[in-house]
Design a protein around this ligand. Structure first.
Ligand SMILES: Cc1ncc(COP(=O)(O)O)c(C=O)c1O
Length: 459
């Protein structure tokens, strides 16, 4: 019998046009913007894989919440819809909305992190690390070593190494550790999941030393899907049951809802402890807005209340991960070196392996990003030496652990033919890679976070 192919669990109602320019036009444009992909206007991009954050498409139910939005300053119905959604799905009683993930970090860390503190975790996301270091505290990476070998196919490369973690706890002592931080999935090591067993082990270790566990849950639903499909014990569990188990012993979660919340803006902190919630409230009011909107509009909270529910539906998650895996397997068919196993929200191409003739000092991942843009109008983002920036003491480039071009997939936006197009674009760059002889040198750069505004020229 003919097998029915996979199709997405949605159909299109509104379309956004894509503009096609010629290769020559793109070549001139990228030169004009000093080879910085952040400087391109989006209508000059054909397939935009710069980020999966805030770039997803909302459903008709979410759009109807935009119309229903209650914009009252205090106690709006949209706020209560959001609170009920978080309580139902995640089981935390107290919820503080924020305008996005880093705003949640700002509030949370203003409340519990002090100078000299140590926060162990699995490869903290850069804004998380930034907020910790800004308070003169230290983020200590306890991710399993396998995470740093792109060829290792271990299914849970986001896991925390329990030995490393216990060593840190013993070395610094409970008083210096306000919480242990688990990030699901672990963006920094390639959208790699954390197993439920590892979450349980981390929570038991934390309990032994009486340390709270906080979780960064930007991509918690994708993590739950990976637990269901990769961790034998949980194959028959529903996504909701896995989420309940993931959060059972966790004290606080915070979320950039621009990912698995399926919205373009939004975030929140959710917790069990009334006293801590009251303390957070002071910072919510001075940094974000009143407690019942935290920097979000009523309509945005309504859309998030619905997005959270849609984001944990099995059919949606299956389609989402299938698309990422499809692009990954196409790239592999073309012989492109990618980070394995394929993670949840993005593909990472090993640019140093693909373009070995370009020295690290000439930014090979940026070279690959620019070539992919010229070849097919595909926009990714450099995760390498440009992003790693300079050592503040010496002013010299810090060398990155890996030179990667990240292709992050917006949710419910592109179809499989787009994935074929992206893979073919990268394959065409691969076919002519010997002709790419030189990389870039820096013409102008900002004091910090240089990758956003850097101006480059051919080396
Ligand atoms: C794991 C993780 N945590 C926190 C953040 C910060 O969230 P936002 O961009 O909404 O401020 C991000 C954003 O990409 C993230 O991936």
């Amino acid at each position: 019998m003919v097998q029915l192919p996979h199709i997405p669990p949605y159909k299109t109602k509104v379309v956004e046009p894509v503009y096609f320019r010629s290769r020559q036009e793109r070549q001139a444009k990228i030169e004009e913007v000093h080879y910085n992909l952040f400087n391109l206007h989006s209508d000059w991009v054909i397939v935009d894989l710069m980020t999966d954050s805030g770039t997803g498409a909302m459903s008709e139910y979410q759009w109807s919440e935009i119309m229903l939005g209650d914009e009252s300053y205090a106690g709006s119905e949209s706020y209560f819809k959001l609170i009920r959604s978080v309580q139902d799905i995640m089981g935390f009683e107290y919820v503080a909305p924020t305008h996005q993930g880093r705003a949640a970090e700002n509030i949370l860390f203003s409340t519990v992190v002090n100078s000299g503190d140590v926060i162990p975790g699995n490869a903290h996301f850069d804004t998380t690390k930034g907020h910790i270091e800004f308070r003169k505290a230290h983020a200590i990476d306890c991710t399993v070593q396998k995470a740093y070998n792109t060829e290792d196919t271990f299914p849970f490369k986001g896991n925390l190494d329990q030995e490393k973690l216990e060593k840190v706890i013993i070395e610094y002592g409970r008083e210096k550790i306000p919480f242990i931080n688990i990030t699901v999935t672990c963006n920094t090591v390639g959208g790699q999941p954390v197993s439920l067993q590892n979450i349980k082990d981390t929570c038991s270790l934390a309990k032994k030393y009486d340390i709270p566990v906080y979780m960064d849950i930007a991509r918690y639903a994708e993590n739950a899907y990976f637990i269901k499909t990769r961790e034998k014990l949980y194959t028959d569990w529903s996504i909701q049951a896995i989420i309940t188990e993931m959060f059972k012993d966790v004290d606080v979660v915070w979320m950039s809802a621009k990912k698995d919340g399926l919205v373009n803006i939004g975030g929140f902190i959710a917790l069990r402890d009334a006293a801590l919630y009251e303390k957070l409230g002071q910072f919510t009011i001075i940094y974000e807005g009143f407690l019942t909107y935290g920097g979000m509009s009523g309509r945005a909270m309504g859309a998030l209340a619905v997005g959270l529910k849609e984001g944990i539906e099995y059919d949606y998650l299956h389609d989402r991960i299938k698309q990422v895996q499809y692009l990954g397997s196409k790239l592999k068919e073309y012989g492109i070196p990618i980070q394995e196993p394929i993670g949840g929200h993005a593909l990472y191409i090993d640019a140093a392996k693909m373009l070995p003739q370009i020295p690290i000092t000439q930014y090979p991942a940026q070279v690959l990003g620019v070539e992919a843009y010229i070849e097919g109008g595909v926009r990714g983002v450099e995760i390498g030496t440009l992003l790693a920036d300079r050592d503040p003491k010496t002013g010299k480039d810090r060398s990155a652990k890996l030179e990667l071009l990240r292709l992050a997939l917006p949710r419910r936006v592109y179809s499989m033919p787009h994935m074929d197009y992206v893979a073919a674009t990268i394959a065409r760059v691969n076919d002519r890679k010997e002709e790419i002889k030189k990389g870039f040198k820096i013409k102008r750069q900002a004091e910090i976070l240089r990758h956003f505004t850097v101006e480059l020229e051919r080396a």
